[in-house]
Design a protein around this ligand. Structure first.
Ligand code: CMP
Length: 140
């Protein structure tokens, strides 16, 4: 399988509870390498742009407010099949449906406050990574 890069975000519910290290350990234990990482406070405008595809959904406003409510950790994960592997490590969007041992099963508080985001395709990974990192920020 090809080496891929994916955009990961450790969300405000997790940074508030000081879970960054525990979540990063799950990624690294699965063979994903953290090749770029920064802790930032998103503005409402940045959150709105990032989740633009969900703009028509009823939860869009709430989602943007949540993402701008406390710092997030944005990161690039790299590895073989990194996009799918990260989605496996994260578990289902809704923690009630997430498999045992996944980040969302362990830490997510609700479908909205679900601790982590991960890109869902190669195309979206490229777009999402470019929103936060330039090539020079990534050391693979
Ligand atoms: P994420 O993987 O970041 O992609 C879109 C996000 O929207 C998702 O995780 C959830 O945090 C949020 N989301 C999806 N469905 C709902 C919902 N029904 N209610 C609130 N938030 C949701």
């Amino acid at each position: 399988m090809a080496i891929e890069r994916t955009l990961s975000i450790i969300k405000p519910d997790a940074t508030r509870r000081n879970l960054t290290g525990k979540i990063n350990a799950k990624f690294e234990d699965a063979g994903l390498r953290i090749v770029a990482q920064k802790r930032i406070q998103l503005t409402m405008a940045q959150a709105g742009k990032f989740y633009e595809v969900h703009a028509e959904r009823p939860f869009y406003g709430e989602l943007c407010e949540f993402m701008a409510s406390a710092p997030v950790v944005v990161q690039v994960l790299e590895g073989e099949g990194a996009i799918g592997k990260n989605r496996e490590v994260m578990g289902a969007t809704n923690p009630a449906e997430a498999a045992e041992g996944t980040v969302r099963k362990l830490y997510a508080q609700s479908i909205g406050e679900n601790s982590v985001h991960g890109s869902d395709s190669e195309e979206n990974a490229k777009i999402e990574i470019a929103q936060f990192f330039s090539e020079a920020d990534i050391a693979g």
